[in-house]
Design a protein around this ligand. Structure first.
Ligand code: NAI
Length: 693
């Protein structure tokens, strides 16, 4: 049983007891109803207090039940609330710590609510592509007003209970002992002649509801991206102006509509995929971890500085090593400038600047790294330089120290072999800017010890990164896949499209930026260097040469004011470039390719299926241990639209049969040899299955 029943001086106390956050799973729901029925049947009981054991009132729906039949099995939350509202004995919610989603709806279904300062509340269903489906959209506006309810439900934002002092949301704030106050409140309420108040009987007042809701609906529709949930939230809240039963019916209809929508499926998948990413199949959750109290970063360039900031932001001191004083000074100045910019934006207290800077010990000497528990290398991307550094680290690092490389393309096993302790070597592939981007690919070498992986995964949480484990291969998960995507984008230029059309199609699909705007931002010279290396290692690899022509013309991107697009000083906007477009057209002519009109649909299919097909190979080779890890990489590091759930989830939604058919069709077209359908994709398509099943 995941709800407890106790009697205290004539009051029944029902405590939700389903750790960690008292999720409203089926057995908890049964427990609550059983408790209420027992209290109603017992003539010795005058009143009921509903509360949560441990660290929460209730975090809402139990995520372990997501998508299973149990989530909808009776008693539903609605049934519990109906039971409470029908109770002749007063039911008092004693709300503490957190009351989220269904937890807050449950409290709103009680006759009275008592809380304590520091309690946090939210209706965050919108983040999962849903709306509060147990009366939340009807009851919240009745107690806090239409506008506050709209703001809370559409944003999903967490609020402090004390912001609602004086509203009908809470009847009483306890000074300190919440349960004591709740019991007293309940006993007093029992002396009042019923019926006890129900939120459903209140009315929503607003001077200008029609106009206000019309305005909100338009604003929300314009900013919601692809998820229908925010607009449906507004519609459901608007129904709170109607009689309660009518409003509840409209809320239910909208909830069921969203529940079966692909966007909500995708958002729920994204949520669970992120949680699943920290679980590594052969590394049990109780694997002991190493203590990381002191970190060192080697190289204070673009990446090293950002990496150091992650640790100092989490109060972990960092020793920062460079080869020359100038490089060290430059690195420190950049870190300082970054903090100053954050302070200017009001996102950091001014006094934090010196506190954080004081956590960095700059040095030119490897001797200063001997106390580090973790050393992250971020020096030039050349194997020879990495060799020098790792050999030095092997000499100075203390036994058991973790030696990590931020390499984006080099072989982590080769790097590990430069040391006599390959078990302590791991890849920590941060993304640029390293202090901002959420994604961290943790690259597992063939000898990387399990406790090293467990330690790095735990540390990633501490520095607020979304970590995904990748095996060793060229580009790891993310960049290996993006290469196939860029490759198709290049072929499309050869065949008839222009950068602007491709970017627009991909941005309409939901990406923040299309491939060419993205490349201009990252610097076109970076992928140029990779292609030059590939040309030596893999001469048969085909790609559109337009990208090389661009670089030969010095158009390295935003940083030089010219890339696939033109840029103007003081303006980050990308302006289509006549020079580049002419170059692309001449290139097609040169290779006698007859340019054709290409549909946006083809652009999206080719770029997305290129990701999907490479993703399937990555799973097959064991580089990723599950499809959802690939989705997490793309959602947290590549701007893939969250409401589409990631490339593998998107493919599942399209249907793998359809994906495979399209790939076979494209394989017959221009540069068709670039398509080598992944056997795993074909097999799942034949079986009518999906990657994330
Ligand atoms: P960078 O050129 O900005 O910085 C490298 C720094 O390392 C320079 O400050 C240099 O003085 C220093 N350095 C060179 N040899 C050294 C040595 N032996 N000991 C100590 N310091 C030394 O390069 P960036 O972009 O920061 O790249 C560093 C690493 O991060 C590379 O492995 C790169 O592939 C990887 N990476 C880069 C990303 C990016 O977007 N720039 C993204 C992800 C990984």
């Amino acid at each position: 049983m995941t709800a407890q029943y106790q009697v205290q001086d004539g009051v029944a106390v029902i405590s939700l007891d389903n750790p960690p956050v008292n999720g409203l799973g089926h057995s908890t729901r049964v427990g609550i109803v059983d408790g209420i029925v027992r209290a109603l049947d017992d003539p010795g009981i005058k009143a009921i207090v509903l509360t949560g054991a441990g660290k929460a009132f209730s975090g809402g729906a139990d995520i372990r039940e997501f998508g299973t039949s149990k989530a909808l099995q009776e008693p539903s939350l609605q049934t519990i609330i109906d039971t409470i509202e029908a109770s002749a004995k007063p039911v008092v919610a004693a709300v503490h710590s957190v009351a989220m989603g269904g937890g807050l709806e449950l409290a709103l279904g009680c006759h009275y609510r008592v809380t304590v300062k520091g309690t946090r509340i939210a209706l965050p269903e919108v983040d999962l592509g849903l709306l509060p489906g147990a009366g939340g959209t009807q009851r919240l506006p009745r107690v806090v007003g239409l506008e506050t309810a709209v703001n809370m439900i559409v944003s999903g934002k967490t609020m402090a209970a004390e912001e609602f002092a004086g509203t009908k949301l809470f009847d009483h704030f306890a000074a300190d002992d919440l349960l004591w106050d709740a019991l007293k409140f309940a006993r007093d309420a029992a002396t009042v002649v019923g019926p006890h108040p129900r939120v459903r009987d209140l009315k929503v007042h607003h001077e200008n509801a029609e106009a206000y809701l019309g305005f909100v609906r338009n604003t929300v529709a314009a900013t919601a991206g692809g998820s229908p949930a925010p607009v449906k939230c507004v519609d459901a809240i608007a129904a709170s102006l109607k009689p309660f039963d009518q409003g509840i019916k409209e809320e239910r209809d909208a909830f069921l509509y969203l529940l079966t929508s692909p966007e909500s499926r995708a958002l729920r998948h994204a949520f669970l995929a992120e949680r699943a990413a920290s679980k590594i199949p052969d590394v049990p959750s109780d694997t002991p971890v190493r203590d990381i109290k002191q970190v060192a970063v080697v190289g204070a360039g673009t990446m090293g500085g950002g990496i150091a900031m992650n640790f100092i932001n989490a109060s972990i001191p960092v020793t920062l090593l460079e080869t020359k004083q100038e490089a060290l000074d430059r690195g420190l100045a950049t870190i300082r400038k970054n903090y100053e910019a954050t302070i200017k934006k009001g996102k950091l207290e001014p006094e934090a600047l010196e506190q954080r800077m004081a956590l960095i010990t700059p040095t030119l000497s490897y001797d200063d790294l001997k106390n580090a528990d973790l050393i992250v290398e971020a020096v030039f991307e050349e194997l020879g330089v990495k060799e020098q550094v790792f050999k030095r680290l092997d000499e100075v690092a203390k036994p058991g120290a973790i030696l990590a490389s931020n390499t984006s393309t080099l072989d982590v096993d080769k790097i590990a072999a430069f040391t006599k302790r390959p078990q302590d070597v791991v890849g920590m592939h941060f993304f640029s800017p390293a202090n901002v981007m959420k994604l961290l690919e943790v690259v597992r070498g063939k000898d990387t010890a399990k406790d090293v992986l467990a330690t790095v995964m735990k540390l990633a949480k501490k520095i607020k990164k979304t970590a995904v484990v990748s095996g060793v291969c060229d580009g790891f998960i993310g960049n290996r896949m993006i290469e196939q995507y860029s490759r198709q984008a290049g072929f499309l230029l050869d065949e008839g499209a222009l950068p602007e059309q491709i970017d627009k199609a991909i941005e309409k699909f939901g990406f923040a930026m299309g491939p060419f705007r993205m490349s201009d931002m990252a610097g076109n010279d970076i992928s140029w260097a990779i292609r030059k290396r590939r040309a030596i290692e893999q001469p048969s690899f085909t790609y559109s040469k337009t990208a090389d022509l661009l670089c030969e013309a010095g158009r390295f991107g935003q940083k030089v004011g010219a890339g696939w697009y033109d840029y103007r000083a003081g303006d980050r906007k990308a302006y289509p470039s006549q020079q580049v477009n002419d170059m692309i057209i001449r290139h097609s002519e040169h290779f006698s390719v007859t340019r054709r009109k290409i549909s946006d649909e083809e652009i999206v299919e080719r770029l997305m299926y290129a990701l999907v097909n490479e993703g399937a190979l990555i799973i097959e080779e064991g580089i990723a241990s599950k499809a959802s890890d690939i989705d997490t990489v793309y959602l947290s590091g590549y701007g893939f639209p969250r409401w589409r759930g990631g490339p593998m989830q998107y493919a599942d939604e399209v249907g793998l049969y359809n994906v495979a058919q399209a790939i076979r069709r494209y394989a017959k077209g221009y540069q068709g040899k670039a398509w080598r359908i992944a056997p795993r994709l074909q097999k799942l398509a034949d079986a009518g299955a999906g990657f994330n099943d």
